[in-house]
Design a binder for this molecule. Structure first.
Ligand code: NAD
Ligand code: DAU
Length: 353
């Protein structure tokens, strides 16, 4: 079996669902259920004995040690993190605790477990750390996309904390021989995306008749990847990645934010037109820029294709259409995640209610 951390979040829950759709190998899912963790994402697994959910933190050494001893996983895949840049600007403390101290405690528990394994189990064991392209900093318009050899230049508390966790993972391989793999992925989108992030926030605000907030001039560029393609890349790296290596994962889909928002508006105009017949783009509103806003991210995903034969299967056009349809079809999920604490975040970040 495999131990997954953060498997009730956006990417983690997609990964658990896809994993169990592709194999019968059981999953232990350790998640602290912060505001971003949602067991509703995993509702379709209710009663499935292949999924064992445990509420708890990667920072809890004793709990992780016990889970490892009890379940003897062949791999640990670490998704657990604080993941939202804007929240890291308002309050970096949680990012330091979870992404740095939490990853450290997790690595310590995994190291102790791995050292105690028999030779054959030790040889096949893997620790896969899920990270981000944001550790490389910001690109200029004409710079080549991020390769694995780019230097780390994180610019936000979030990306700095992820960079620190990547360095710890690297050091545990170099110093202790822990068989690690690291993936650095670009922006994901798809089902179960928490609506603090651009794509789901814009969709939900559009449908609710609220402003669609564009930070600064809206010309910041992100490289978008459908979440299920990220999941397949992680499965492939786990299966065949070279120990100690990092793999950049991206969609070859660079888009300025304003283009992404216009695409969302156009699809909604077609699938769910506004009652007054006006276009959703009329709701676009320019707001104050994010402090230290990275201008451009882009991933060179050549290495993972060359070594492991992975390429994304969705284009932005196919993936974004599926995503809009998913949100239209899953309004009860939307209503549940946007009640309660979510409202407080929106008030703090954007003002009003
Ligand atoms: P998310 O915020 O949606 O989910 C994070 C999950 O981790 C939540 O379920 C939360 O409850 C859990 N968690 C938080 N602290 C924990 C702790 N101490 N112990 C156990 N669980 C804890 O994040 P996401 O977007 O699904 O991202 C998952 C991972 O992928 C993160 O490491 C993130 O840095 C990385 N990543 C995300 C993207 C993206 O576009 N979303 C892109 C590249 C990499
Ligand atoms: O690149 C990978 C990263 O992508 C992940 O590591 C992060 O966990 C994930 O949150 C994401 O970070 P971004 O900051 O790029 O994503 P976000 O959806 O917050 O913002 C995308 C772009 O849209 C960014 O340039 C900021 C802008 N934006 C965002 C919001 C929430 C707006 O213009 N308005 C908004 O209201």
């Amino acid at each position: 079996m495999v131990l997954i951390t953060g498997g009730a979040g956006f990417i983690g829950s997609n990964f658990v669902l896809d994993w169990l759709a592709n194999s019968d190998e059981p999953v232990v899912n350790l998640d602290a259920l912060t505001y971003a963790g949602n067991l509703e994402n995993l509702a379709s697994l209710q009663g499935d004995v292949r999924h064992i959910f445990v509420k708890g933190s990667i920072g809890d050494f004793d709990l992780v040690a016990k889970l490892l001893a009890d379940h003897q996983p062949r791999a640990v895949i670490n998704f657990a993190a604080e993941s939202h840049v804007d929240r890291s600007i308002h309050g970096p403390g949680e990012f330091i605790q979870t992404n740095i101290v939490g990853t450290f405690n997790l690595l310590e528990a995994v190291r102790a477990y791995w050292c105690g394994l028999q030779d054959d189990a030790r040889a096949v064991f893997r620790f896969l750390h899920v990270s981000t392209d944001e550790v490389y900093g910001s690109l200029g318009t004409d710079d080549p996309p991020f390769a694995e050899t780019n230097r780390y230049e994180p610019n936000s508390p979030y990306s700095a904390s992820k960079a620190a966790s990547d360095h710890l993972v690297r050091a545990y391989h170099h110093t202790y021989g822990l068989p690690v793999l690291t993936t650095n992925c670009s922006n994901n989108y798809g089902p179960f995306h928490f609506p603090e992030k651009l794509i789901p926030l814009v969709m939900l605000n559009a449908l609710a008749g609220k402003p669609l907030p564009i930070y600064g001039d809206g010309q910041q560029v992100r490289d978008w990847l459908y979440v299920k393609d990220h999941c397949s890349a992680i499965r492939r790296v786990l299966e065949a990645g070279r120990v100690g290596e990092t793999y950049n994962v991206g969609g070859w889909n660079e888009k300025p934010n304003l283009d992404v928002v216009h695409t969302l508006c156009n699809i909604l105009d077609e699938l769910r037109p506004r009652a007054d017949g006006k276009p959703y783009a009329a709701q676009i509103t320019y707001v104050k820029d994010r402090p230290g806003h990275d201008r451009r991210y882009a991933i060179d995903a050549t290495k993972i294709e060359r070594e492991l034969g992975w390429r994304p299967s969705e284009t932005f056009d196919t993936g974004i259409r599926k995503t809009v349809q998913w949100y239209l079809d899953n309004q009860p999920w939307v209503q549940n995640v946007t009640s309660g604490a979510y409202k407080q975040w929106v008030g703090k970040q954007y003002g009003g209610d």
